[in-house]
Every structure is written in structure tokens, then in C-alpha cells.
Write a protein that binds this ligand. Structure first.
Ligand code: GLN
Length: 485
């Protein structure tokens, strides 16, 4: 079966009709993962034995009725899967193997999904290019000289190249939407509190959220339906009913109001990206949507605010990696403090150290008021901008990224240029609202371009419905150079 073109519904139909077996589906996915890993470096661990065992169980039970039964899925390596490694793309976790499942993983297992492996990512999800992984960069399947985006680059590359139909990533400031855009696939960041963070390794706890990659909105909806909802292990999950996201897809979108914040279409935005996103907005007009102008006056501060709040939270969360509790410990330390110091010095990469130092600085006495408190105040203003804008519209459209995929090495010496990649995405994390990236075209160099829709709290259904309507009107049928089949 050719996964590069297969959606979940077709795959499930083939299994239910016994046109194929779950084992055959999973085997073909694993073969593709193994074959492409030399080129893409998308997987840090492939679980052939475990995945085939689960596939056989489903085949033997003769009951493949659960909504994701037999669907291969890849999981970012900062989400705990019992028995598999959780490296977070870092050396400091050394040989850590998770003794428990994240709640999202428990729910995927219960729905019959089959985890085929753990995907490469920027160290502790800090990055926009996957070059900060301790295990080497992931390559973009559209052009292997280019980055796939980050930090969930391995999951994005695995879906884009057709190894798996869907994958989980995580978002703190755009790590699902940005790589989705650079790899020509759909990526959703749900509302903060929609999906449990239990078992997701913490980066910025007030921003983190598990997200979903797929090649179309419907497949993303299938997965969201399974993993969303209240979880007693995560007190920040909300007790808001989980809609049937797939059945709410479809129908026309006449009268939907799409807000466009023109001020954000200015400096630094690549011309081809601008044209492609404008074209997507016009497609909505043709579908009967009403296009309205909105303003997000404080959005221009989002990078500054994000890189204060995210680093502050990271400096606190990453204090636990001390050589005692998990994974790696530096050798030849005969005294506690030098053991901590050497473990952290050898175990963390440069970007993680930069964030810990920045975060410690903005929280330190004397600087707290000027940086951290101020950033929290501006965060509130950003959130209020959105709530005001959503009085006038149902979703806000922007580019997902300022440019298509850049070259490996192009921005590694310039952290600020790298951080500017998040300019369209990190506002949604700061405001706790959902956002989705949808492919809308190719650049002259043959690189995918994506646009973003953001909605108010709990409006994932609406975003998925709008994304689906666009896919019907302007199907994105291009495929990357490197594919699985
Ligand atoms: N690129 C952003 C960062 O480096 C976002 C990362 C993320 O969403 N995990 O922090």
C-alpha cells in the first residue's frame, strides 16, 4: 500500500475489508522509516519488534474497529512511550527509557494506533531548524540541503515523506506549525489545556502543548479526537467537551469571517510567501467567506516576550537534569557540585545553555521587574488583542513562516535570525489559542509554503473545517523529492 498518498480513512477501509493486514501496513511503514533514515535522519529509534507485535495482536483479534486501529504513527522524542527511549534530542538524558506512557500515548494505544518510533527534534524542543539536536540535523524531504523546520522536524519529515500518515510533535512557540509549513503538510497546535501534557517533557510549561501532523485536515482531526480531553494527571487540562472533530468537517463555509492583520504582512516577509498567502485568502473569499481587517497591535512584541517567558520557564524546568535523577552523569567527579557542573556542561548543547542563562538572568533579582514581569504584562495585552479581534472574525489568517525552508547552516551563527522564524506562530502560544498551518503553494525553488489560521479558545473544529474547505478548493498535490514508496 502506498502510504505517501493514503489517508487514514482509506487505510482503515483496506484493513477492515481485509484487502491488507495491519502487519503489512506496519511493516511497510517501518521499512520506509529504516530505508530513509540515512537520508533524512528523522528517527532516533525505530521499534520494529514492538510495532509488529501490536500489529499482530490487532490482526489476531479480528476486530480492527477502533478509530485508529492499524494506523502507524511516529512520536517526537520528548513524549514518553513506555519502554522506548526519551532523549529529547539531548545527551543529558543518556540511556533514559520511559517507565510510563504519556496520556496522549495511552489514548493512541487504546484507539489501536501503532507507534513505529521516536523522532528526532531540537534539543528539549528549543529551535526552529532541528539543527540543535545532539544526534544531527533532520533533512527536509523536499530538498535535503535544507532544514525541515523545528523543533519537531523529525515528525514533520516522517509525514511529508510518506513514512507515516500522522505524527505527534510538541509546540511551545511554533514547533509543529513551522515545520509543517516548511515540509508541505498540515500541523495543528491545539488550545492550551486541550491535550494533556502528562508525559510530555516540559520546556515552557505555560506554553507547551502536544500537536499533530498529517497530510490533510481530516487525518489531524481523527488523531485530535482521540488524544484531546480532560486528564486527571494534568491539572491544566480543561473539562471542555471534546467534539467529534471529523464529523464537524465538511459542508460549506459561506459566511465564515476570516480576519487579516495586514500590519503583520510587512517587513521580513518573503514576496513569494506573501503572494501565496494572499492567494489562499482570496480562495476563502471565493468560497463565500467574508474577509475582514483586524488589528493585533501588540503582536510585534511577540518574539521578545516569547524569548523571555519561554527561557524563564525553561531555566526552571531544566534544573532537574543534574546527573542524579536521570540519564547521563559526567565521570570522574568526586564532589557533588563539580558533578552537577560537569554533567550539565557536557550533557547540554549550546542552545540549551544559552536559554538557561537567559532565563536565569530575566528571573534574577533586579531584572525580574524589567524583563519577566514586563513580558507577562505584554503577554496579557497580546491575549486581549486576539480576544478583541475574534469579536470581528472566526479565524485569523497569516503566513506560518516568513520564508520557505532555509539551508542547513544558514542561520546557526545568528540566534536572532533563527528566533525570527517564530514571528507568526509564537503569538498563539502566548495567547493559549489554537493554530493550524495548511500548505498553499510552492516557491519557484520548489519549496512548500504554508499559511496559518488561528482561532479563539476551543475552536479547533472550526479551524479544521476551514482547513478542509481550502484543501477541497485548492488541493495541494505536490510531493517531495524524497518519498517512502
Ligand atoms: N522555535 C521556538 C523555540 O526555539 C519554538 C520551539 C517550540 O515550539 N518548541 O523556542
Amino acid at each position: 500500500m502506498n502510504f505517501s498518498e493514503t489517508d487514514i480513512e482509506t487505510l482503515r477501509h483496506a484493513i477492515l475489508q481485509r484487502e491488507t493486514t495491519t502487519r503489512a501496513v506496519v511493516e511497510s511503514s517501518i521499512n520506509a522509516a529504516e530505508k530513509l533514515n540515512d537520508t533524512l535522519n528523522a528517527f532516533l529509534q525505530i521499534d520494529r519488534a514492538g510495532a509488529l507485535r501490536r500489529a499482530d495482536e490487532i490482526d489476531a483479534s479480528g476486530d480492527a474497529k477502533q478509530s485508529l486501529a492499524g494506523v502507524p504513527i511516529a512520536i517526537k522524542d520528548n513524549i514518553c512511550v513506555r519502554g522506548l527511549q526519551t532523549s529529547c534530542g539531548s545527551r543529558i538524558l543518556g540511556p533514559y527509557h520511559a517507565p510510563y506512557n504519556a496520556t496522549a500515548i495511552e489514548r493512541l494505544n487504546a484507539a489501536g494506533a501503532i507507534i513505529i518510533g521516536k523522532t528526532n527534534c531540537d534539543e528539549f524542543a528549543m529551535g526552529s531548524s532541528n539543527e540543535n539536536s545532539a544526534f544531527g540535523p533532520v533533512r527536509n524531504p523536499w530538498d535535503t540541503e535544507r532544514v525541515p523546520g523545528g523543533s519537531s522536524g523529525g515528525s514533520a519529515a516522517a509525514v511529508a515523506s510518506g513514512i507515516v500518515p500522522v505524527a505527534l510533535g510538541s509546540e511551545t512557540g511554533g514547533s509543529v506549525r513551522q515545520p509543517a509549513s516548511l515540509c508541505g503538510i498540515v500541523g495543528l497546535k491545539p488550545t492550551y489545556g486541550r491535550v494533556s501534557r502528562y508525559g510530555l517533557v516540559a520546556f515552557g510549561s505555560s506554553l507547551d502543548q502536544i500537536g499533530i501532523f498529517g497530510r490533510n485536515a481530516r487525518d489531524v482531526a481523527e488523531v485530535l479526537k482521540v488524544i484531546a480531553g480532560r486528564d486527571e494527571h494534568d491539572s491544566t487540562t480543561a473539562d471542555v467537551p471534546v467534539p467529534d472533530y471529523t464529523s464537524e468537517i465538511g459542508g460549506d463555509i459561506k459566511g465564515a469571517r476570516i480576519g487579516v492583520p495586514r500590519d503583520l504582512f510587512g517587513e521580513g516577509l518573503d514576496e513569494e510567501v506573501r503572494a501565496s498567502v494572499e492567494n489562499a485568502i482570496e480562495a476563502y473569499r471565493d468560497l463565500g467567506a467574508e474577509i475582514v481587517e483586524v488589528e493585533l497591535p501588540h503582536a510585534k512584541y511577540c518574539i521578545a516576550v516569547y524569548y523571555i517567558i519561554a527561557t524563564a520557564e525553561a531555566s526552571s524546568n531544566l534544573a532537574r537534569y543534574d546527573g542524579v535523577r536521570y540519564g547521563f552523569r559526567a565521570e570522574e567527579s568526586n564532589e557533588l557540585r563539580s558533578m552537577y557542573r560537569r554533567t550539565r556542561d557536557e550533557g547540554f548543547g549550546a542552545e540549551v545553555k544559552r536559554r538557561i542563562m537567559l532565563g536565569t538572568y530575566v528571573l534574577s533579582s533586579g531584572y525580574y521587574d524589567a524583563y519577566y514581569r514586563k513580558a507577562q504584562q505584554v503577554r496579557t495585552l497580546i491575549r486581549e488583542d486576539f480576544l478583541k479581534a475574534f469579536e470581528k472574525c472566526d479565524a485569523i489568517a497569516t503566513p506560518t513562516t516568513p520564508t520557505p525552508a532555509f539551508k542547513i547552516g544558514e542561520k546557526t551563527d545568528d540566534p536572532l535570525a533563527m528566533y525570527l522564524n517564530d514571528i507568526y506562530t509564537c503569538t498563539a502560544n502566548l495567547a493559549s489559542i489554537p493554530g493550524i498551518s495548511i500548505p498553499c503553494g510552492l516557491s519557484n525553488d520548489g519549496l512548500p509554503i504554508g499559511f496559518q489560521l488561528m482561532g479563539t479558545y476551543w475552536s479547533e473544529s472550526n479551524l479544521l473545517r476551514l482547513a478542509h474547505a481550502f484543501e477541497q478548493a485548492q488541493p495541494f498535490t505536490e510531493r517531495p523529492r524524497i518519498t517512502a514508496h
